[in-house]
Design a protein around this ligand. Structure first.
Ligand SMILES: *Cc1c(COP(=O)(O)O)cnc(C)c1O
Length: 451
């Protein structure tokens, strides 16, 4: 049996799959932050093509040829069978993982970054402003802007800026300019720094800064690395490839497991499969989203209307949320520190097609190290949360004797997270309890939406 299931360049998908065509109930509308009325994406911020994709009901959307050409630099990505991990766990389960760490930026994020830079350029934009958490989105968009000759300004969450200088250097190498957020470069940044000079930042704050930047520059578009429908759409190249790869060995997964920060990498994998579950073809398919116990949006947050950002400038969306003003503890999985969640993920959860679990970071790193010592790849802390659950499920199979096929979304490598590994290996890593009081405070500030 093959350890690595590969595809040829010709087998890279030529269209993105749009789940909106197959949802049993349509997504709730976005609402304007001021009027609370249904709204499109804020027009000065996003490329028109992305706004169209955001609300499109077409099942398949063509991937532009220029984007396909760039995809070929790292796509198709490999799908592995985790023989060594299975053996170490002594499980009858078959574990497969789809690995996005082979992209130049080391994660799935360039799949959407390249598409977004392409549309920005096509519509005459000169510059992109964006935010980044752990630095993965920032590096992806810096790379993509460089490919299309666009300037790039990145607001990087301060805790990560301090913990991860190499991510910043990577972005600068690809030509971007990077500041720690909250920064002195925007009004909202200056306000927050005045209130709390020690503020370690959050993805929500950085989003507000980048939006303000794009609002105040005519030649600048804003760009998001997760959460919104068009980003999840672009990521479906991953799941479509994984499905083809598994078809080659006659496998359909029983369980699909991935981590969710804003929801994009896992959506990319699960959406082409959940289509079969919605259609009633695979009623027993189990889909498990994993988040950190320190920021348990789907497992503990209410399903309600909230702002996408801290400043209340972004549209209001119906989602699971911990409150837009919630700043999560500084766990190492920086990419999982967002207060809300992709509306598509929330909607599918609400309709009962997917489930969610939360994990602490110490057992997460324990799982990551076991993965590295068996499979070789050092995973990013974000997908390590999913690996923890893969191991739990594989051990359940050992007890029950079931030979389940488990598919793991391995969204990226952890080469820039070795500081976190060092803390784990030297016994210095801490677990953060669910910050119940802080969430309660944040939930008291939800916007009021009539109806
Ligand atoms: C950004 C990131 C995540 C979290 O974001 P999603 O939109 O939920 O995918 C997960 N894994 C990696 C490697 C990332 O870079």
């Amino acid at each position: 049996m093959d350890t690595k299931i590969t595809l040829t360049e010709k087998e890279i998908p030529t269209s993105w799959y749009n789940i909106q065509a197959d949802l049993p109930e349509p997504l709730p509308p976005l609402r304007h932050p001021g009027t609370k009325e249904p709204t499109r994406l804020p027009p000065p911020l996003f490329a028109r093509a992305l706004d169209e994709q955001e609300f499109s009901q077409e099942r398949y959307i063509d991937i532009p040829e220029e984007v396909q050409e760039i995809y070929k630099l790292w796509r198709p990505t490999p799908l592995y069978r985790a023989y060594n991990l299975e053996k170490a766990l002594d499980t009858p389960a078959h574990i497969y993982y789809k690995y996005e760490g082979v992209s130049p930026a080391g994660s799935h994020k360039p799949n959407t970054a390249v598409a977004q830079a392409y549309y920005a350029k096509k519509e005459g934009c000169k510059r992109i402003a964006t935010e980044t958490g752990a630095g993965q989105w920032g590096s992806a968009i810096s790379l993509a802007c460089q490919f299309f000759g666009l300037e790039c300004k990145v607001y990087m969450v301060k805790i990560s800026y301090q913990q991860k200088p190499y991510r910043r250097i990577m972005m600068e190498t690809w030509g971007a300019s990077v500041v720690a957020s909250p920064s002195e470069d925007t009004e909202i940044g200056r306000k927050l720094l005045k209130e709390d000079p020690g503020c370690t930042g959050s993805l929500g704050i950085a989003i507000s800064e980048a939006c303000e930047d794009a609002f105040s520059h005519d030649d600048t578009l804003y760009s998001l690395g997760s959460v919104v429908n068009h980003v999840l759409l672009h990521q479906t190249v991953v799941g479509q490839e994984a499905m083809k790869q598994l078809e080659k060995i006659d496998v359909y997964p029983d369980i699909i497991i991935g981590c969710i920060g804003g929801g994009s990498n896992f959506a990319g994998v699960l959406l082409p499969f959940v289509k079969d579950k919605i259609a009633g073809k695979k009623p027993n398919l189990q889909i498990i989203c994993v988040e950190p116990e320190a920021c348990p949006t789907v497992t503990k947050g209410p399903y309600t209307w909230d702002f996408g950002d801290v400043a209340g400038m972004a549209p209001i969306v119906l989602m699971y949320t911990l409150g837009h003003s919630f700043v999560p503890p500084p766990v190492h999985a920086g990419g999982l520190r967002y207060h809300g969640m992709a509306p598509i993920i929330c909607h599918l959860h609400k309709l009962g097609f997917i489930e969610a679990r939360a994990e602490y970071q110490i057992p997460t790193f324990q799982a990551a190290v076991q993965f590295a010592r068996t499979e070789g790849i050092i995973p990013a802390p974000e997908p390590a949360h999913a690996i923890k659950v893969v191991i739990d499920e594989a051990l359940k199979c050992k007890q029950s004797g079931e030979k389940k096929n488990i598919l793991l979304a391995l969204s990226g490598h952890g080469h820039f997270d070795l500081g976190a590994y060092e803390q784990y290996l030297s016994g210095k890593l801490e677990d953060y309890e669910y910050p119940e009081e802080k969430v309660k405070e944040a939930l008291a500030q939800l916007p009021q939406v009539p109806g």
